[in-house]
Ligand binder design. Structure first.
Ligand SMILES: NC(=O)C1=CN([C@@H]2O[C@H](COP(=O)(O)OP(=O)(O)OC[C@H]3O[C@@H](n4cnc5c(N)ncnc54)[C@H](O)[C@@H]3O)[C@@H](O)[C@H]2O)C=CC1
Ligand SMILES: O=C(CO)COP(=O)(O)O
Length: 320
């Protein structure tokens, strides 16, 4: 098989569906053999109930077999990427490992491309990110994404391999910038959800998106990324989508926090761990990240939403 998608959740399945629909040679691996067997039988992933798995899409329960493909798309939650890479015995020599997850690993403080580089040094790391809800991709709605790979020629190959009629892929060499955009927008989306859930208004949300974006650029610059990458699909594009749509789990989680209602703890909400990682980085690097650190303090239960609002609004006035 040419492409293996590792992770049979909503996003991995949506990508596999989109690629298989175009006749690409794709297999989908997931960690739960029973769930995979059921998907192979029904040709439906319950996380995407309206999409049928194309006939050509192979469901692969064997991780080592899946790991033999020249291109691997890693679509598991960020905090499980390191464990997944550890579970693959093969060295992945020369294989392209494309991180499709959005977050920062709490143990190392790095994004997925650095985990891949560290744990599979013979592989070629890349990142696929940008504004794209799994259900939109699975329905065949048009989507534009960024494929970032430090090696321009390999990046171009991957761009061509992964682009489909409805998946338009732009190329970048700024892997760190692309993955930081995708990670950080989730924290701002949680903040925006809080504001809407607490009925603080859409003007406050616009302010948070703008000042949150300034924090995203500040972090990117400090981490050696090109700040203009953040103005692309992986940063601004995904920020606009995630902060304004209740299709986003990060935004919905924030809304529940703001409204003081329950939220299903099994839902993947990457922004919580990323806020924690950013609070650590703010302290270590002496960076001013008031929105990220406030989201972390709320998520950790250190302050309430009204206290957070007071803190943010009473900060000294400054130049924009
Ligand atoms: N759902 C979406 O619209 C999008 C999701 N993403 C990103 O994709 C990543 C995955 O998210 P979703 O697929 O949406 O989550 P999901 O909650 O739908 O699925 C997560 C999947 O990962 C599997 N998993 C959990 N721990 C694992 C482990 N240790 N080893 C192997 N598999 C494991 C689960 O069994 C589940 O199938 C996240 O980083 C997310 O930010 C990116 C773009 C869009
Ligand atoms: O990253 C996403 C859209 O680009 C999905 O957002 P959520 O993880 O908040 O659902």
């Amino acid at each position: 098989m040419t492409i293996s998608v590792l992770g049979a959740g909503a996003f991995g399945t949506a990508l596999a569906i989109a690629l298989a629909r175009e006749g690409r040679d794709v297999q989908l691996w997931g960690r739960n053999p029973d769930a995979l067997a059921e998907m192979a039988r029904t040709r439906v992933n319950p996380k995407l109930p309206d999409a049928t798995l194309p006939e050509g899409l192979l469901i692969q329960p064997d991780l080592e077999l899946a790991a033999q493909s020249p291109t691997l798309l890693v679509a598991v939650p960020m905090q499980t990427v390191s464990g997944l890479l550890d579970n693959i015995d093969a060295s992945l020599n020369g294989q392209r490992v494309v991180a499709c997850c959005k977050g920062i690993d709490l143990t190392t403080g790095t994004g997925p491309s650095q985990l891949i580089a560290r744990q599979k040094p013979d592989a070629v790391p890349a990142v696929l990110t940008g504004p794209s809800f799994a259900s939109d991709i699975a329905q065949g709605l048009p989507t534009a994404l960024t494929l970032a790979c430090a090696d321009e020629a390999l990046g171009e190959q991957l761009q061509n391999e992964l682009a489909c009629a409805v998946l338009r892929i732009y190329r970048s060499k700024d892997v760190i910038g692309a993955e930081l955009g995708g990670a950080l927008k989730n924290v701002v989306a949680v903040a925006c959800g809080i504001v809407i859930g607490a009925k603080l208004g859409v003007s406050a949300r616009a302010a948070l998106m703008t000042r949150g974006f300034a924090e995203m650029q500040r972090v990117a610059e400090r981490m050696g990324a090109n700040p203009t990458t953040l103005v692309g699909l992986s940063g601004l594009g995904d920020l606009a989508l995630t902060c304004c749509s209740d299709q986003s789990r990060n935004y919905r989680f924030g809304m529940a926090l703001g409204a003081g209602t329950e939220f299903d703890k099994t839902t993947t909400v990457e922004g919580v761990a990323t806020a924690k990682a950013m609070a650590d980085i703010a302290q270590k690097e002496g960076l001013d990240l008031p929105i990220c650190t406030t989201v972390n303090a709320i998520c950790e239960g250190h302050i309430t939403v009204p206290e957070a609002l007071n803190q943010l609004l009473s900060r000294p006035l400054k130049e924009e």
